[in-house]
Design a protein around this ligand. Structure first.
Ligand code: NDP
Ligand code: 8X3
Length: 254
């Protein structure tokens, strides 16, 4: 069996961390990324010793176009054979009506969720095209399907991810590259803590009275997508907690 290689962005916590472990458990060699070097190196050591696969940690900010270029350009020959790209790194910053929005928060979200995803894709996809083979999974959100109060710019970035996913699927059809997306609803990771700038009470309130999704649920979804036979592409999967009906309607009763 040929060992496959996956490039996963944002693996220092949450979905990316769970996906990295899951793909390693399936035998993938993995390229992992994030800005927090200590965490990244620890993930690399843990995954490597636990699963015995090769792990390459690359510490950089996806908002930095040249850093993205350098990271991909620096890949040794055998790491350039990327079978699977998971565009996961992303965030929400703030939750305020548009007329009160913090423009620095807006820029962080747009630069990370949209431009960062594009930069990484632009540098990795040619490596797939060269081999006429590959699979891209973009981590979108239910916020890419519906807008919710004070979700404005975050929702816009995830709507953009969905448009980019569709565009990739069209442009990469003749290159034998599959393109999928996963759109989770509320999932408990560091997401809300980041969104509320470290306010733990506000973050906890998001999940009050529901059992949220967790990172393993997203890793399960990735595993399902990547274990389909070659003739099948899973286009998009939207999953929510059982107690979530849409972006803003939850059953928080007992
Ligand atoms: P976490 O905050 O737990 O993880 C986010 C990851 O992205 C971290 O590893 C972080 O690493 C990385 N990241 C953030 N900004 C950058 C950057 N500028 N450069 C490089 N890496 C970056 O959140 P989740 O796991 O929940 O989020 C993962 C994805 O899932 C995001 O795209 C999010 O929008 C999406 N999502 C989340 C949902 C949820 O409810 N949790 C639901 C739907 C979608 P580091 O800080 O080390 O750079
Ligand atoms: C995160 C899920 O509903 O908080 O993408 O926007 S939501």
């Amino acid at each position: 069996m040929n060992t496959k290689t996956a490039f996963i962005t944002g693996t220092t916590s949450g979905f990316g961390l769970a996906i990295a472990n899951r793909l390693a458990s399936l035998g993938y060699n993995i390229i992992i990324t994030g800005r927090r070097r200590e965490r990244l190196d620890k993930v690399a050591d843990d995954v490597c010793s636990h699963y015995g696969v090769e792990v390459l940690p690359l510490c950089f900010d996806v908002r930095d176009r040249e850093a993205c270029r350098k990271a991909v350009d620096s890949l040794p020959e055998h790491w350039q054979q990327i079978d699977l790209l998971i565009n996961n790194a992303g965030l929400a910053a703030g939750s305020t009506p548009v007329q009160e929005g913090d423009m620095d928060d807006w820029e962080r979200m747009i630069d990370t969720n949209v431009k960062g995803l594009l930069y990484i894709s632009r540098f990795v996809i040619p490596l797939m095209v060269r081999r006429k083979s590959g699979h891209i999974i973009n981590i979108s959100s239910i916020a890419g399907v519906e807008v919710y109060p004070s979700g404005n710019v975050y929702c816009a970035t995830k709507h953009a991810v969905n448009a980019i996913t569709k565009g990739m699927r069209i442009d990469l059809l003749k290159e034998n590259i599959k393109v999928s997306s996963i759109a989770p609803g509320a999932a408990e990771t560091e997401f809300s803590l980041v969104r509320f700038h470290g306010d733990q009470d506000k973050a906890d309130a998001v999940y009050k009275g529901i059992v949220p999704l967790n990172a393993e649920d997203i890793a399960d979804t990735v595993e399902f997508i990547v274990t389909r036979p070659p003739h099948v592409n899973i286009n998009d999967i939207l999953l929510t907690p059982a107690r979530q009906a849409n972006t803003y309607l939850y059953n928080r009763d007992n």
